[in-house]
Design a protein around this ligand. Structure first.
Ligand code: ZN
Length: 466
């Protein structure tokens, strides 16, 4: 493993900054102090800011193929359209995983949680090829194969009408077997590849699926992931399905824990928030997706006051429609100023940075290893160029990084001490080739028609009172 020393670099230090040297030995931070002896390669940190890598704590990589074209729809209809045109070719999954990794890295992320949509019948192949992509790029990957055991129409509340749903094409047991096999084949935390259990959410999953996932999580020490109460429709559905809130139900069946991350959490009440705090579950805030799909504004300031851990995600690139983590962090902090006039609760840029780094590590149960510039922690680091036009003139570097519109500001990034971005470019894969492949395998489109949307839209409008 390569050792190196970053010299004269700016780091956040208490509520100020300090200029220090940072020694990295065997993939870990060995020392942080001024004027250290150079060990290994010397890296010039002058006029640069060093931060722990952020976590893109919720995304769906293959959505990249549909970014920009999805209709202006709420989640339930949007999902129907998404699945009608989902890519079915593993090679596309590979390319969009590469693209997701690259965009995450170049916006400050060194870890990605990919709630990976599986190609029916090619489930393990899908996981294998995404794993290959993330290994090639070198980003730390948390692959959360997206599973469900109910068909899509079951995700919409029935309302007054009795709705019948097609059974899901694969049994719950078969789905759990796929996940267990994925763990055996691909779960290698020491090599930066982790498998998570990740039922998509209460809207499309039975208790048997959640409980099977909990068992796998306990047996193999896996983190747990899920969507939670992203939309008003899901809040209604939970009441129909369980006669209580989704959070109460998930607590009852044992899915919530200190290694459970829950994407969205828009429609929770105060009792639900107390349950998240008590179970030490983590909220993954995806502000751009919530705005794009009209899902609502997650009560993030309430979570923070209740000491619920919160971190950020981009969500899939067709509900965002990018993977710019700095943009998600900016929006995810300032959005909440309109929800509470008491500015003392508003999220500061430094708090946002901590949520994006340590918050992500906590959610994935690795805060002892990652998430801060601390001696002994693993070197997942990002170096920002403070001479970049978008970070000038010189003011408060973290303030401008979070609140500004930083463009091409990542100079270098390391994962586990291995450099994978240098001079603003990903060094591990050929990004020009990736660009060419994405171009060649797509075309400019304007209109397309989702048959599933045509089937369900009238019912959706009725049940939602539209
Ligand atoms: Zn999602």
């Amino acid at each position: 493993m390569v050792n190196f020393t970053i010299q004269n670099v700016l780091i956040a230090f208490s509520d100020d900054y300090a200029t220090v040297d940072v020694q990295i030995i065997d993939g870990a931070i060995a020392a942080i102090a001024p004027n250290l002896q150079v060990i290994g390669t010397a890296i010039d940190g002058k006029n640069k800011l060093l931060l722990p890598g952020f976590f893109n704590a919720h995304t769906h990589s293959s959505e990249m193929w549909q970014r920009g074209i999805m209709s202006v729809f709420p989640l339930e209809l949007w999902l129907a359209e998404l699945y009608d045109f989902a890519p079915l070719d593993p090679e596309q999954v590979y390319l969009s995983a590469l693209g997701t990794a690259v965009e995450t890295l170049l916006s400050g992320g060194t870890s990605v949680v990919d709630h990976l949509v599986l190609i029916p019948g090619l489930e393990l192949e899908t996981i294998a090829i995404a794993t290959r992509a993330y290994r090639e790029v070198g980003i730390r990957a948390f692959i959360a194969p997206l599973i469900q055991d109910e068909s899509l129409s079951a995700g919409i509340p029935s309302g007054e009408s009795a709705q019948k749903h097609e059974p899901y094409f694969r049994s719950t047991a078969a789905t759990l077997e796929i996940i267990e096999e994925a763990v055996r084949q691909f779960h290698r935390p020491d090599e930066g590849i982790n498998i998570l259990v990740a039922p998509t959410g209460i809207q499309l999953c039975t208790d048997a699926l959640f409980q099977g996932c909990t068992e796998l999580s306990d047996r193999y020490n896996l983190c747990r992931h899920s969507h939670l109460l992203e939309t008003k429709a899901q809040e209604k559905l939970a009441q129909e399905k369980y006669g209580c809130t989704a959070v109460e139900h998930l607590k009852r069946i044992g899915y919530l824990s200190d290694r459970t991350t829950l994407a969205h959490c828009v429609w929770l009440n105060d009792a639900d928030i107390a349950i998240l705090a008590e179970t030490q579950s983590t909220v993954v805030h995806n502000p751009l997706s919530n705005l794009r799909l009209g899902s609502g504004i997650a009560p993030i300031l309430k979570y923070r006051q209740a000491e619920v851990n919160v971190t950020f995600g981009c969500d899939g690139a067709s509900s965002n429609d990018s993977q710019d983590l700095l943009e998600a962090i900016k929006m995810g902090s300032i959005l909440h100023n309109v929800t509470n006039s008491d500015y003392q609760h508003w999220i500061t840029p430094r708090q946002a940075v901590e949520m994006a780094s340590l918050g992500g590590a906590k959610g994935l149960n690795i805060a002892d290893k990652l998430g801060s510039l601390t001696v002994g922690k693993q070197a997942d680091l990002v170096l920002y160029d403070l001479t970049n036009l978008s970070l000038l003139p010189r003011t408060d570097p973290i303030g401008l990084l979070v609140l500004g519109r930083p463009t091409n500001v990542v100079n270098s990034a390391w994962v586990n001490g291995k450099q994978i971005v240098a001079d603003g470019k990903v060094t591990t894969i050929n990004v020009d080739e990736l660009r060419q492949e994405l171009f060649n395998r797509s075309q400019w489109e304007t209109k397309r028609k989702s048959e599933t949307v045509a089937q369900i839209e009238a019912h959706y409008r009725t049940v939602m009172g539209l």
